[in-house]
Design a binder for this molecule. Structure first.
Ligand SMILES: Nc1ncnc2c1ncn2[C@@H]1O[C@H](COP(=O)(O)OP(=O)(O)OP(=O)(O)O)[C@@H](O)[C@H]1O
Ligand SMILES: [Mg+2]
Length: 247
């Protein structure tokens, strides 16, 4: 059964968690059974909070390792929290932000992309990102402890991106940049067939009333109907190569 736990923030436990662009906060929350849990709190519009919560539920049901999503009902409005897995994102893991621009940073970024593309669940992540219209799967949104990975930050999904935000599947782009597009494309197209509609309605039913501002289930369902061809379109096509060869 899919469910979204409602947690309470312990006031005063918040410290900055991310790059500070959107103000993600590391904090401690209390679950309905009274246990405490470290989490990353993200405040935003109802749409932004729903765009984190709904994919959090659906992606876990589809088998992607996503930290347990939590709903926080604050006086100022609904908020989202992601259970803290306790390990950093790939950008921090390779200390990319501490390197000055130049060849060393470019090389480290390439290594981070290679790591991202070789994770066991990367093809599935590319599939689900296509399904939920995730435009922002950058290296800061992939957590890695040296063995396990976790996929976070679904704020820019389900149409919640700013107007004009580029329509990209960043994992497919990374796969091309590191020369792994054939493997990722084949694997993703195969896995696209295994991503079914079943969790969509259950996840909608699990959403708190004040987050049901859009029909997210039908938004994703319409993308599932042609998911494999959507994914194929993210990669260079053999026909393109033939065209060039014949010119
Ligand atoms: N569940 C989690 N477990 C561990 N770390 C997390 C988790 N969720 C988020 N973080 C950390 O917090 C950072 C910010 O979270 P997130 O990417 O969701 O928000 P953001 O909108 O990109 O925030 P900012 O703009 O402040 O970086 C992540 O890059 C990651 O380092
Ligand atoms: Mg992020």
């Amino acid at each position: 059964m899919i469910s979204l736990q409602t947690a309470k923030l312990i006031a005063g436990t918040e410290t900055p968690a991310g790059d500070g662009v959107t103000g993600a906060l590391r904090c401690v929350v209390v679950l309905p059974d009274g246990t405490r849990r470290a989490a990353i709190l993200k405040r935003g519009s109802v749409g932004e909070v729903a765009a984190e919560a709904f994919p959090g539920l659906v992606l876990r049901a589809w088998g992607l390792p996503v930290p347990e999503p939590l709903f926080i009902d604050e006086a100022a409005g609904p908020a989202f929290a992601s259970s803290d897995v306790g390990y950093p994102n790939l950008k921090k893991r390779l200390m990319l932000d501490s390197l000055p621009d130049g060849p060393a940073k470019d090389a480290a970024t390439r290594i981070a992309m290679q790591l991202a593309i070789q994770l066991p669940t990367t093809p599935l992540a590319a599939v689900v990102d296509e399904a939920i219209d995730n435009r922002d799967r950058n290296l800061g949104n992939i957590l890695w402890d040296g063995q396990a990975e976790a996929w976070i930050d679904h704020a820019l999904t389900l149409g919640e991106h700013p107007i004009g935000y580029p329509d990209r599947n960043k994992l497919c782009d990374m796969a091309q940049m590191v020369g792994e597009h054939d493997r990722i494309c084949r694997s993703a197209v195969g896995q696209a067939l295994a991503v079914g509609q079943a969790p969509l309605v259950s996840a909608s039913d699990a959403m708190p009333i004040n987050l049901r501002n859009n029909n997210y289930a039908s938004y994703v369902a319409s993308r599932l109907s042609n998911l494999a061809s959507r994914l194929l379109d993210r990669f260079p096509k053999p026909a393109d190569l033939l065209t060039n060869a014949n010119q």
